[in-house]
Design a protein around this ligand. Structure first.
Ligand code: 13P
Ligand code: SF4
Length: 344
């Protein structure tokens, strides 16, 4: 594609979202990225939270964490450029030890930062024999301590697949509460409940949680929803399961980022409101010109926001930042990730 063709293509999708001068400037970078991508035999995976131009111009596959893990597992390219955050790029490396995995910037995640491998080992000592489910939003050494991973797209199915009386579910407090609600299980949080070992044995719990939170989704409140419903009674509200249980309860649909995209594609509501990261709202609006989206978006993930057209180009030019996972950790983490992928 020439720069002009790229610019026209972006304009047809994003004219309402991105200023014209920015579209042209980024079209030039996009053409350069796509050229280098071919030369280096690379694939670019883009999470649904990527900024609209990057999302629509250079990604070979777009999706939620689960879909991108699946794509990473089956790529035959030599280089994977992960336009997302570090735990996602690490997951790609765990599945592809022989390939080069690049992350354009050192982008973290508040959930991944909320728990360490030592924390998981401590919980396993306190709750011996209880299987550990960790959200993919964790680093490789935490995954290595786990029996199975899950994403927002399959968390309840993963918990139910274990057929266990009790599970340890880490580290997202709200996702754990939402899964507990969906599966009818009773949850405890030993980190704050400060129960001692003796009383732990007597508790009637089925999920042991942790107090990690997504710094984006924890900001949405029930009063946000009430205000919008007052002004637009016919609005359909979709919320990511990292939002609080009260917010999920007050919404019309909850699911992974891609599940929200699919829901919008197959329904026809007068207005939609997405309670998730705000670039995703732009991306969904750009591919649904016939639908009306309300904007309540002031919540951009600061980590996802670190990935730009410029540093994606730089990653391909320099091979930076290369993601590595020590083999001793990788071999333990891959079992948990592959078990998750097998469940779907
Ligand atoms: P999804 O797996 O739903 O794409 O979510 C990833 C994430 O980081 C949400 O904040
Ligand atoms: Fe982490 Fe939340 Fe950002 Fe997702 S949106 S990467 S969970 S901080």
């Amino acid at each position: 594609m020439t720069i002009d063709e790229m610019y026209q293509d972006l304009r047809s999708k994003l004219a309402d979202t991105v200023p014209d001068a920015e579209l042209y400037y980024k079209a030039e970078i996009a053409v350069e990225i796509n050229k280098l991508k071919k030369e280096k035999n690379a694939v670019i995976l883009g999470h649904n939270y990527m900024e609209p131009v990057l999302y629509n111009s250079v990604t070979d596959f777009k999706g939620d964490s689960l879909e991108l893990s699946r794509q990473a597992a089956k790529t035959d390219k030599d280089v994977i450029v992960f336009c997302g955050v570090k735990f996602m790029a690490e997951t790609a490396k765990i599945l592809n030890p022989g390939k080069t995995v690049l992350l354009p910037a050192n982008a973290g995640c508040s959930l991944a930062a909320s728990i360490t491998a030592a924390d998981v080992r401590d919980l396993k000592r306190r709750f011996p024999g209880v299987p550990v489910v960790t959200y993919v939003n964790t680093y490789a050494d935490v995954k290595a301590e786990s029996d199975i991973c899950c994403t927002s797209g399959n968390a309840a199915a993963v918990v139910e697949s274990l057929g266990a009386q009790t599970v340890i579910f880490l580290p997202d407090e709200y996702l754990a509460r939402n899964v507990a609600r969906e599966t009818g299980k009773h949850i405890i949080f030993p980190t704050l409940d400060a129960v001692d070992a003796a009383s732990e044995d007597e508790l009637d719990y089925q999920i042991v949680g942790w107090r990690g939170r997504c710094e984006v989704h924890e900001k949405y409140t029930v009063s946000d929803i009430q205000n919008v419903r007052q002004q637009f009674p016919d609005v359909v509200i979709l919320a990511h399961p990292e939002c609080s249980p009260a917010v999920i309860e007050a919404s019309d649909f909850s699911g992974s980022t891609s599940a929200m995209i699919r829901y919008i594609a197959k329904t026809d509501a007068p207005h939609y409101l997405l309670l998730t990261e705000c670039s995703m709202g732009d991306n969904v609006a750009a591919s649904n010109h016939d639908k009306t989206f309300l904007r309540m978006c002031s919540v951009r993930c600061p980590h996802m926001n670190m990935i730009t057209m410029e540093n994606t180009l730089h990653a391909l030019q320099t091979g930076q930042i290369e993601i590595t996972v020590p083999e001793e950790i990788r071999v333990r983490a891959v079992r948990a990730v592959e078990r998750m992928i097998a469940i779907g």
